[in-house]
Design a protein around this ligand. Structure first.
Ligand SMILES: [Zn+2]
Length: 289
């Protein structure tokens, strides 16, 4: 290694890395109402449009920062899994897709797990990142969720999961499908320990994630207008040969039909979670002691 690779290159990398964090454009356009929003205003509003209330997609890092008291938490390392077990390739190699997503998100895979305080009470939070290959669930997400459930049991803390996913990671074939029963068992561990399992469904939550841990919460919360479903609306329409009703697969529709417990605006989400944790754990503590 010459001084060039050792000193010059890392520095260039840091500079490039920093550049990515500074937004090119300080104004964002709301994808729903097309109004312009100053980026700081959008940050304060937790990515909710101040004009029309549209909830924009958020990253796993943002979810963690918004959920824990004072934005303080400890992230845990998730178990390593076999990379690209099928040596899969479509238009691109799966290994390359993984690398691209890792570079873009600076995350190992589509799930982050952390613990800390929510409303003064201990909690474990797992958050999915849609930016990482559409939040798809492969072995890494499955392992991550099992680790989150184990941590919750170990700490006797509730488990909160933010979902955002296009479903199973098809590049891992049957291995990704195996994560459905695995994550189901993980949620069961939390329940058997008498701890609350709370799911926050965010836009979009579909496919194998909806068909497993995303729908098994003791309490099911969704963000306004979040798309939540298993198969896509067009596929269902073609199968049943019926026009689907207005707002089908949206949070409010699911709430009206009893599929979920509540639709909570992002600005009220942290307070709601804190209240739910207090309600579901305060009577349990003396009994457990
Ligand atoms: Zn808007």
């Amino acid at each position: 290694m010459s001084w060039l690779t050792e000193f010059v290159r890392p520095k260039i990398r840091t500079l490039l890395g920093r550049q990515q964090e500074v937004p090119d454009n300080l104004w964002h356009q709301c994808p729903k109402c097309q109004q312009m929003i100053f980026h700081r205003e959008l940050e304060t509003a937790k990515k909710v449009c101040p004009h029309c209330g549209h909830h924009m997609r958020a990253t796993a890092m943002e979810r963690l920062a918004w959920t824990f008291d004072n934005g303080q938490y400890t992230r845990i390392d998730l178990p390593k899994v076999v990379a690209d077990p099928l040596k899969f390739r479509d238009q691109k190699r799966y290994a390359d897709r993984l690398k691209e997503s890792r570079d873009a998100t600076r995350q190992e895979d589509a799930l982050l797990v952390a613990h800390g305080l929510v409303g003064g009470a201990r909690a474990v939070v797992a958050a999915m990142n849609f930016d990482f290959m559409g939040g798809s669930m492969g072995a890494a997400v499955g392992e991550g969720l099992v680790a989150a459930a184990r941590l919750a049991v170990l700490q006797a803390a509730p488990l909160i999961v933010y979902t955002a996913s296009g479903g199973a990671r098809m590049q891992e074939g049957a291995i990704s499908l195996m994560q459905m029963p695995r994550t189901t068992i993980a949620t069961q561990m939390v329940k058997e320990a008498g701890l609350p399992y709370i799911v926050v469904l965010t836009d979009p939550t579909t496919g194998g994630v909806t068909a497993s841990f995303a729908m098994l919460g003791d309490i099911q919360i969704a963000e306004p207008n979040a798309l939540i479903g298993f198969a896509g609306a067009r596929v269902i329409e073609q199968t049943v040969r019926e026009k689907l009703p207005e707002g089908f697969q949206r949070a409010e529709y699911l709430f009206a039909h009893g599929i979920i417990d509540m639709v909570v605006k992002r600005g009220e989400l942290t307070a709601t979670l804190a209240r739910l944790i207090a309600l579901t754990t305060e009577n349990r503590r003396p009994a457990a002691a």
